[in-house]
Design a protein around this ligand. Structure first.
Ligand SMILES: C=CC1=C(C)c2cc3[nH]c(cc4nc(cc5[nH]c(cc1n2)c(C)c5CCC(=O)O)C(CCC(=O)O)=C4C)c(C)c3C=C
Ligand SMILES: [Fe+2]
Ligand SMILES: [Fe+2]
Length: 365
């Protein structure tokens, strides 16, 4: 009988390899209209991102948006592009490498840490394939969105499931659903605010600007809005900041429909008009600086605030490569991996039996 079956190492009692995949939104390959078009097409074709019925949305997307937006967005991307490429990509890659370093430092050498983008490259599917080739039988997926939204976190879950449709022998999979109330994440945010205050002094208001979603998503039950407010409350408590000094707003409105309010830019303009001279602005819904923070907040919103009479606009960067944040990410990963770090695969015995049976009947396991 030909030996067309193969026993993987984990059937012989070796601890299975575990993969940790951090995933961010995605970004164009270059700050050009030609690179923006396929990125925006993939992103905005996702029915979780734009919920307008398909024939109508297809016409709007292809007939209007993909003709006009790529050039406009490319100019914005060009204003924040770095020698390392897109800021979002550069930060995500560094965060994954630092996380891997933390695991090596604490002796978890069997862990494979990788990063992917939900839209664009490197794709989730290609990274999962690499993990399979490396022998990972357990995979923890960490969408880098602190607050859950169907248009972000759930799309990562969709894409992981889609990718696994092409596998036969599936790994164990876990997702970190959200971490907007994780004490490590909140403490890292609070530390970055305190350090900023020490350097630059405290402004009249601390504005927390989160990425928006359509108002309709909230009405249909999306928990994102509540999770943003929870993060804001916990951060305010950690900073012992009186409630009237803290303002929550939502940025990056897309399209004509109503989105979560209050909108960030009009909020900042109102503050300036009402005599609030200085603001500290931070974006806790993004763990990596990107177009939406560096250009929309630190350029467009800064200009709008100063134009309306504001005196000092101070942007507090995202957590990026802060050590306390990477430690928080490690803590989150370890808690979610649970017994994976200490026990052999729970189904190793069952798989061994299955392989023996397959050998008996001459089938492929
Ligand atoms: C942090 C969470 C995010 C949510 C929620 C979100 C929802 C959402 N976004 C769009 C449309 C666009 N977003 C764009 C950029 C962008 N969005 C996020 C994060 C969230 N989006 C990030 C991190 C980025 C920056 C990417 C980068 O490369 O730096 C863009 C592209 C830029 C542009 O043309 O303006 C669009 C478009 C929708 C429709 C939506 C929810 C329904
Ligand atoms: Fe977005
Ligand atoms: Fe934007």
């Amino acid at each position: 009988m030909p030996r067309f079956w193969q026993e993987p190492a984990y059937l012989h009692g070796t601890k299975p390899r575990t993969g940790v995949l951090v995933v961010n939104l995605g970004t164009p390959a270059a700050p050009t209209a030609a690179a923006l078009r396929p990125y925006l097409k993939e992103f905005l074709s996702d029915p979780r991102v734009v919920e307008i019925p398909r024939p109508i949305w297809w016409l709007i997307l292809n007939g209007i948006i993909l003709r006009t937006r790529p050039a406009k967005s490319a100019a914005k991307y060009a204003s924040v592009w770095t020698d390392e490429g897109s800021p979002l990509k550069a930060h995500t890659e560094k965060q994954a490498k630092l996380l891997a370093g933390f695991f090596v430092a604490t002796g978890e050498r069997e862990l494979m840490v990788s990063w992917a983008m939900r839209y664009g490259q490197p794709s989730i599917r290609s990274r999962l394939d690499e993990m399979r080739a490396a022998g990972c039988t357990r995979i923890l997926v960490i969408p880098l969105y602190p607050q859950f939204a169907a248009s972000t976190t759930a799309t990562v879950m969709d894409e992981v499931a889609n990718s696994l449709r092409h596998w036969r022998n599936l790994p164990e999979i876990r997702f970190i659903r959200s971490f907007g109330d994780d004490p490590g994440y909140i403490k890292a945010l609070a530390a970055s605010v305190r350090e900023h205050w020490q350097r630059e002094g405290q402004a009249d208001r601390l504005v927390l600007s989160f990425h928006g979603i359509p108002r309709r998503s909230l009405d249909l039950g999306d928990p994102y809005h509540c999770e943003c407010y929870k993060t804001a409350r916990l951060l305010g408590e950690e900073l012992k900041l009186p409630a009237d000094r803290l303002i929550v707003s939502f940025q990056s409105r897309f399209g004509k429909a109503e989105w979560l309010k209050p909108y960030t830019q009009p909020t900042l303009e109102d503050l300036a008009r009402n005599g609030i001279g200085s603001v500290d602005v931070m974006c806790p819904g993004f763990v990596s600086d990107c177009l939406e923070t560096l250009e929309e907040i630190n350029m467009e919103c800064r200009e709008a605030f100063l134009h309306e009479g504001g005196k000092r606009f101070s942007y507090i960067p995202c957590l990026n490569e802060r050590q306390d944040w990477i430690e928080a990410l490690k803590g989150l990963s370890v808690r979610h991996m649970g017994h994976w770090l200490t026990e052999a695969g729970p189904d190793a015995a069952a798989l061994a039996k299955q392989a023996a049976r397959a050998r008996e009947i001459g089938a492929s396991a």
